[in-house]
Design a protein around this ligand. Structure first.
Ligand code: NDP
Length: 332
């Protein structure tokens, strides 16, 4: 079987040369371990940061070692009482067609609750990120305006829908007309604006007749510069991601924004999902309930084939995905 290793630390935009497909032999699981066949992989923007050799909230990937991330897999051999052959599990595993893991390091997935892929998206890391960032930091109130950038992506699409559930006006920012239409017609956003349009600044102002009370920022850069000038008094800015600068760190120099924060008594706060680790159950229960009640919708963009994992990852920086980007490696 094959695994994908980090061959180079990418400079700028990552490319195929930065990844190596390496042939490996399937190993038997030791005591307390399971042999897992990969079904789906999650590719995520934060992985770009881990390809850099810098200290951060997660350790960097090592050169010439497998990349790892959120994975759904099937137990094909078990040497543990915790799991049986045929069980589906979710865990942080190598980008590999097979993994051997300690049974207690993966979580069993109940495939009857929702499609299993939701565990890599709306009921997993990205859904929880939207949930905690918006509700704990943004605290949207009924009638307020919530703006979200990266709105048609995995996190952003959930942020806008939760804002609507809380009675707020949801305004999305995304990079294509198809995404704008999806946000308004499928997800019920009140307005959506294309940041690639030449008239972005005017379009944004027009979409914000009552200004901005909460800005959930997934992208940073010029998109955020434009939103910040529209903040209302006591606005809350939720710093979730800055994907516009992930390939060019250090280049993200914007206008000075302090004055706007002072004069509107606004606040800005960053977070990583790990801050909420002790509350994941509550978040996942709420998201699961809203999903079952039909109050939340989600989209997945699934690329078939393990060999296409790097392409799926590159696509995040080109906006090829609507909703959560996944790679399908094998059928259960
Ligand atoms: P998405 O599904 O949103 O995919 C990334 C999207 O970003 C693309 O589809 C693209 O959409 C947009 N994008 C790419 N490049 C740019 C650019 N230069 N300027 C503006 N938009 C761009 O990914 P996720 O939902 O998984 O992640 C969204 C953000 O949340 C990321 O910044 C990520 O790092 C962050 N995050 C933070 C977490 C935390 O704990 N703080 C946890 C999880 C995610 P478009 O077509 O609109 O350009």
């Amino acid at each position: 079987y094959k695994e994908i290793q980090l061959a180079n630390r990418p400079e700028g935009t990552p490319s195929n040369e930065d990844f190596a497909f390496v042939e490996k032999e399937i190993a038997s699981p030791g005591e307390g371990e399971v042999l897992l066949k990969t079904l789906y992989l999650s590719v995520d923007p934060y992985m770009r940061g881990r390809m850099r050799d810098v200290k951060s909230y997660v350790a960097p990937y090592k050169l010439n070692e497998a990349i790892s991330g959120g994975t759904l897999a099937e137990v094909v051999e078990s040497n543990s009482e915790l799991l049986q052959k045929g069980d589906i599990v979710n865990g942080t595993l190598k980008w590999a067609e097979y993994n051997v893991a300690k049974a207690e390091k993966v979580q069993k997935v109940d495939p009857t609750i929702a499609p299993i892929t939701t565990r890599l998206g709306i009921l997993g890391l990205t859904g929880l990120t939207a949930y905690f960032g918006l509700l704990d930091i943004g605290k949207p109130q009924a009638g307020e305006t919530v703006v979200v950038s990266g709105a048609a992506g995995a996190v952003g699409s959930v942020v806008g829908q939760i804002a609507k559930l809380k009675g707020a006006r949801a305004v999305g920012i995304a990079g294509s007309q198809e995404k704008i239409d999806y946000l308004i017609n499928e997800l019920g956003f009140d307005a959506a604006v294309n940041y690639k349009s030449e008239t972005f600044n005017e379009d944004l102002k027009q979409a914000l007749p009552d200004g901005v009370d909460v800005y959930f920022d997934n992208v940073g850069g010029e998109v955020s510069d434009a939103v910040i000038w529209e903040l209302n008094n006591k606005a809350r800015v939720v710093l979730c991601g800055t994907i516009s600068s992930y390939n060019t760190p250090g280049a993200d120099i914007g206008p000075r924004i302090q004055w706007k924060f002072i004069t509107t008594s606004s606040m800005m706060k960053g977070f990583t999902l790990g801050d909420y680790a002790s509350e994941f159950r509550t978040g996942a229960a709420d998201l699961g309930k809203w999903l079952q009640e039909g109050k939340l919708k989600y989209e997945e963009t699934i690329i078939e084939g393990f060999e296409n994992t790097p392409q799926a990852f590159f696509g995040l920086f080109e906006g090829s995905n609507l909703g959560k980007q996944l790679v399908k490696v094998a059928d259960p």
